[in-house]
Design a protein around this ligand. Structure first.
Ligand code: URA
Length: 237
């Protein structure tokens, strides 16, 4: 059983505060009875919830990935910029999807999008150590002792200490593996080692990579792929 306002807001039909107002205005019925409080418990699979007489479509759970291009902000709305929400295909727009974690406006690559708050939390919490792998181009020099510094935990310029991470040379840049998501983390870790990132792309999260998903495109994951988000591989290079 879940709160009425949670079920309604997750459906994308009304926000929680709108739901409260609608309840006061007696515009919501549950199984034919006018709802008295917005926190009443309902069975979202079975309850007949009607708003102004119209039956609520309890949303389908979706976990998807987007190959984010540069120039889009990772946010559900923005007064100035295009957001990653603009790249969701029309048929998925009513499902209440939101981005999991954040890629900077200039950063490209893999972004998980879902309407499942619990899954988002599990992916983000550093306690679960879900790995994110980035490819970076940079100015400066990558030295062997950077590997040890990353493993020991980089101390950022503001004094924050990062969890142990990995870095290796790859093509004309580096691959960096982190298991948390601090603000501008990779750029700041590299800066702490005197490397200035000029291009950044997330290439992997958990065991999911972009494969053939084109830049700007969106794809729903299967249940099997979703499990790969949490799969733990030991050494990665
Ligand atoms: N680290 C960064 O610095 N930027 C991103 O967008 C993601 C990770």
């Amino acid at each position: 059983m879940e709160r009425l306002d949670k079920v309604i807001s997750e459906s994308g039909r009304l926000s929680r505060s709108e739901c409260k107002r609608y309840v006061k205005q007696k515009r919501i019925k549950v199984d034919g009875v006018t709802a008295k409080t917005s926190d009443m418990k309902v069975d979202k699979e079975l309850a007949d919830i009607r708003i102004d007489g119209e039956r609520l479509n309890v949303k389908r759970r979706v976990v998807a990935i987007l190959n984010k291009p540069s120039g889009y902000v990772t946010s559900t709305e923005d007064p100035r910029d295009r957001t990653v929400m603009d790249l969701i295909p029309e048929e998925y727009r009513h499902l209440g999807l939101f981005p999991v974690g954040r890629l900077d406006k200039e950063t490209e690559g893999l972004l998980v999008m879902t309407n499942d708050g619990d899954l988002a939390h599990r992916l983000i919490t550093p306690k679960n150590g879900v790995r994110k792998v980035y490819f970076a181009l940079f100015e400066g020099k990558f030295e062997q002792d950077d590997i040890k510094a990353f493993r020991d935990g980089i101390v950022l310029k503001d004094g924050q200490k990062c969890l142990p991470a990995d870095i290796c040379s790859y093509k004309e840049g580096c691959l960096i593996l982190v298991r948390e998501g601090k603000y501008h983390q990779v750029r700041r870790m590299m800066a702490a080692r005197k490397m200035k990132v000029t291009y950044l792309e997330r290439v992997m999260e958990g065991d999911i990579s972009l494969h053939s998903l084109e830049r700007g495109c969106f794809r729903v994951l299967s249940d099997e792929e979703e499990i790969l988000l949490f799969k733990e591989e030991k050494p990665w290079f």
